[in-house]
Design a protein around this ligand. Sequence first.
Ligand code: PLP
Length: 232
Amino acid sequence: MKKIDIAKNLAAIKKEIKKSQLIAVTKYSPVEDVKEAYVAKHYDFGENRVQDLKEKAEAFFNEKLDRVRWHFIGHLQTNKVRELLKIPKLFAIHSVDSLSLLEEMLKRENDFTGPELKIFFQVNTSHEIEKSGFENSDELKRAIDLLLGRGKSKFKFEGLMTMGTIRTNDFEAEATRCFRDLNAIARSLEESYHLKNSLKLSMGMSQDYKLALLAGSDYIRVGSAIFKSQNH
Ligand SMILES: *Cc1c(COP(=O)(O)O)cnc(C)c1O
């Protein structure tokens, strides 16, 4: 069996992305593989389950691997909010997908002990039923009003997140449409909230990150292309 060269995969993707950030998604990977990436000087990692993130983050914390920045990217249930906010070195939540979830997070803000938490609102640009995310701009705006209206807060409105359509005959065209839609929504929100080009876009996975970069992605979230052997 051929060993996967994690450091090489990371370096190859980083060469392609220039100014954007790479989040290495570790949901299929044991903590040893994540440490291997850390040793190769990669520090941004994404997980989509609170329990898995907690286990990895605690292992890192206990070994004082403290340059790590954890990104939560999965659907978050309100009853898991406290547990998530307490995780050491939590850096961003990319998947805030409803007003009620945001309300719960704001109620629990004191459980977060880090310096700042970046918040992305997830938008359902593909309109597929199983995808989470804001579907209408009124609810999204109410969530933004609530977050920005807090005054002094550790929760920072960082940007928007989306995923491309899965069920389609033209994967590339659909992904590009989703990414361009997200970009247009962000630019229009910047205008209405006077945010001056400050919103970041979290979009692009192993299959479609090149298209996402062309559409202006700031954070790509890539798992299998880094951690999984391509021909197993
Ligand atoms: C799993 C996952 C990714 C990474 O997917 P790959 O296809 O392995 O690159 C990115 N974003 C989210 C929200 C995910 O759940």
